[in-house]
Design a protein around this ligand. Structure first.
Ligand code: PGA
Length: 256
């Protein structure tokens, strides 16, 4: 694991966008695994800026999103389809046919999950997967459980996850109780993984990801076994790590 700690969220977002942008420049037909939530929003803003400046091109990029709520219409402003349009896709030249997000409205969820895995495989797998992390160390919507989940599947959300996400809805009653998510196995198959975390409330989950026992009760701990993981944190999310664990990045202009 390579761990980079940034002075603040803005720098974290720039670094993350530079890594995704570099991947896109080196391999214009990259398959990107994308995440929702508040953490990657700054990264998406920077990617849009890089696109507007002519530095990156989405025309041949393929994307797979980690998850989507179950039975939340895609035009609902809390759906992850809506989130991705608002925060990235509507602002760049991506080919709509190359966008993949699990269909939580499918009548046949089992078939939808199988198809999603097949589509990832048929596209050659994910080159770089962006992850946020839950306060309970979930990745995607893989909640703490007794077995690592393999492929895309339907999951019942933990109350703590629904409470954390209630801030985006009018009330907790509106937060769906289920979601479709790529499994920890699907995530683990990605060639490279970029995990982002910001804020003190993520510090314990990050400590357990890096130093804890590898267990499905801490879903992110599986990343200890992956050969190519970059974790980018702000100082608050890194606050329980030792300085020996990470590289510290400050704005060069500020340190020179
Ligand atoms: P957040 O969510 O980025 O909004 O904190 C992360 C997650 O729950 O995976």
């Amino acid at each position: 694991m390579r761990i980079i700690v940034c002075d603040n969220y803005d720098l974290l977002s720039k670094k993350a966008a530079q890594i995704i942008g570099s991947q896109m420049i080196l391999e214009p037909k990259s398959v990107l695994g994308l995440a929702t939530g508040s953490t990657p929003i700054g990264m998406y803003r920077n990617l849009i800026k890089m696109y507007e400046e002519g530095l990156i091109d989405f025309s041949k990029i393929t994307t797979f999103n980690l998850d989507e709520y179950y039975q939340l219409p895609i035009d609902n402003d809390q759906s992850y389809h809506y989130f991705m349009d608002e925060n990235l896709f509507n602002h760049v030249n991506i080919n709509r046919e190359n966008i993949h997000i699990p269909n939580g409205m499918s009548d046949d969820i089992e078939a939808e999950c199988t198809l999603y895995e097949e589509m990832i495989d048929n596209n050659g797998g994910i080159d770089i997967q962006v992850l946020g992390i839950g306060n309970n160390a979930h990745i995607g919507f893989n909640e703490p459980t007794i077995n690592f989940n393999k492929g895309t599947h339907i999951v019942t959300l933990e109350e703590s996850t629904r409470e954390a996400n209630a801030r985006f809805f009018n009330s907790i009653d509106e937060v769906p109780t289920k979601a479709i998510t790529m499994g920890t196995g699907s995530i683990f198959k990605s060639k490279k993984i970029l995990l982002l975390a910001s804020g003190k409330n993520k510090a314990e989950a990050i400590y357990n990801t890096v130093h804890g026992k590898v267990t499905p009760e801490v879903p992110s701990s599986i990343l200890q076994f992956h050969k190519d993981v970059i974790i980018i944190l702000d100082k608050e999310a890194a606050s329980l790590l030792n300085e020996d664990d990470y590289e510290l990045m400050s704005e060069f202009t500020k340190t020179k």
